[in-house]
Each structure stands twice: as C-alpha cells, then as structure tokens.
Design a protein around this ligand. Structure first.
Ligand code: E4P
Length: 308
C-alpha cells in the first residue's frame, strides 16, 4: 500500500492552480473546507444509480462507456443517445464523459461534435490506443485528441495503462486521462501467485457488506488487499502519472477509473488522483466500516436509555 510520504510534494501547488471543486457561495459564512478536494464521479450510465448519488451531493460528474450504456438498457444508437442526453441534462453543469465508437479520424471528429452538442458539460472520451488491433493507424487516438483540443472540445483520454500513454494524451491536449487501475489488478491477479496476508485492508473487505452486492467481492479484491509491490500496481500507476503531471505542472486531470473495491478508493486518494470515477455499489458503501457499524449500534442502543 502507498504510504502518505509517497504523495508527490508538488501536489498541492498543482491542484491550487486548478478549478475549485467545492466552491463557497458569497452569501455563506462557513467556507467549504475541501475546496480543492478530488472530485468523485459515478461510473455508470444508469439514471436510477446516478440520481441518489447526485441528490446526496456524493458525485459531481459521470463517466460512461459503451458497456455501461448496454448495461443501462441501450439496444440501439437511438436508445443509447437518449440515455446519454438524459444524463447530460440531469448532471449539468457537471461533466459527463461520453465515449467515441467510430475508428476513422474524420468520423470520430463528426461523432465528437455530435456528442458535444448534447450539452456544454459533455467531455468526449477518446481511447488513446489499441487501434492497431482493428487495423487502424496506431496514433489515431492522439491525433483525434489534438484535433478536438483545437476545436475547444473537452476530452477524456481513456484505456490508459501506463504513464507514457497518459503523458502523450496530455501533450495532445486531453482534459482528463483515465488510467484503469482495476483492470491492471485483474491482469496481475490472473497472472501472479496470490499471497494472502490478513492486513487492515483485507480485514475491511472481508468484513464489509457491500450494499446490494456490487463488485466489491470480485476476485481481485483479495489480491489487491494482500499487499506487496505488484499487488497495488494499479494504484502505483496513478501515483506515477500524478508525479509526472506535478513535476511539469500539467493541468490535465488524472481520473482514476475501473474500481473494484473501496480499498482502491482510499489508496487512490493517497496516490493523489484528481478525480475518482467509482461504480455506484462501491460508492454506496464508502461511509461504512465494520467498526463503524459496531460503534453506531452501541451508541444507538445506549441513547435509548435517555428515552425513558
Ligand atoms: C470509466 O471511465 C471506465 O470506462 C470504467 O471505469 C472501466 O471500468 P471496468 O474496468 O470495470 O470496465
């Protein structure tokens, strides 16, 4: 697990130069204590999940992708666009990432303009790499990111798995970069020999009841919680990108994505992520801890004595 000392020292300077996340209205006497806190987005395209999280002030943005749209019930471009427009309208002015699916630069730009037309809070998600697997120019993503920057369209460079990709996306003009820490952990879980040491994180996960199920009990949870150098490779990736961006005062925001459990949420905060996009079932559990449950129950029981 990352230690607080590993947080890059330039972090606060860079974040102070960025947009205030929790502004305080002039009429208010009590200034918001976490003005430059990392932003939390909901990683879902399902309105029933987004609504309570936005109403509760838990999230101030949303990220979607074609898989999440399918999960939300989209069965055609018409229904996918309907869902995307609804989220954009509901979340305004907060950012909503909508992903490109076209693969030819001209068509990608056309699609990006269409998506950006859904609302001024749209951020166009552009896969940074992988184009050679579909027999396209390997630099397609970077070229499109650059063109969209020139067109004043905000972008989220997605499918980031190393710091070089993140740096090049930022250099191309991306507003956000999305490293997929959970998929890194999935990969290592599959390929490494898993050690099992019961530490704090493991204790937390094994004793933590995820409300309505959710991805918390996915296989790599134990792997991530078990500690060790490679076990938190996803988190280290976030930390590495943040360190490079701090060093060069790059204002592209590091949007940690692909969460599998609440421990990764906490570790991403240590790693210095600017934004965390988290699936709704994990967000529903972030206020919980087995000892909070125990303590609350005891306070509740004891306070009942005063009712007599
Ligand atoms: C968000 O922007 C990503 O698309 C998402 O977090 C990917 O998550 P997954 O690895 O669970 O598919």
């Amino acid at each position: 697990m990352l230690k607080p000392a590993e947080i890059h020292q330039g972090s606060s300077e860079r974040r102070l130069g960025m947009e205030v996340v929790n502004p305080t209205a002039k009429s208010k006497k009590l200034a918001h204590p976490a003005a430059h806190a990392p932003r939390i987005f909901a990683d879902t395209a399902t309105m029933e999940e987004i609504k309570p999280l936005k109403e509760g002030g838990i999230v101030n943005g949303v990220t979607t992708n074609p898989t999440l749209l399918k999960r939300a019930g989209a069965t055609s471009w018409v229904t996918a666009d309907k869902i995307q427009k609804e989220i954009v309208k509901y979340m305004a002015p907060y950012p909503v990432s909508l992903e490109l699916t076209e693969l030819e630069p001209a068509k990608m730009i056309k699609q990006a303009k269409k998506l950006a037309g859904f609302g001024s809070n749209v951020v166009v998600k552009v896969p940074v790499g992988g184009y050679s697997t579909v027999e396209r120019d390997r630099l397609t993503g970077l070229k499109v990111l650059r063109q969209l920057w020139e067109l004043n369209i905000k972008t989220n460079a997605t499918l980031i798995f190393n710091t070089t990709q993140a740096f090049w996306a930022a250099n191309a003009g991306a507003s956000y970069v999305s490293p997929f820490l959970g998929r890194v952990a999935d990969y290592l879980y599959k390929h490494d020999q898993v050690e099992r040491h019961a530490g704090n994180a493991l204790y937390y996960i094994e004793n933590h009841k995820a409300p309505e199920g959710g991805p918390e009990r996915q296989a790599n949870t134990a792997y991530v919680a078990a500690g060790g150098d490679r076990k938190d490779a996803g988190i280290r990736l976030i930390n590495e990108i943040v360190s490079v961006f701090n060093t060069y005062q790059i204002k592209t925001e590091v949007l940690a994505a692909s969460f599998r459990n609440a421990v990764q949420v906490m570790e991403c905060l240590l790693a210095g992520a600017d934004i965390l996009t988290v699936p709704a079932p994990i967000l529903m559990g972030v206020a919980d801890h087995p000892l909070s449950d125990e303590g609350m129950k005891a306070f509740y029981e004891d306070s009942k004595v005063f009712d007599k």
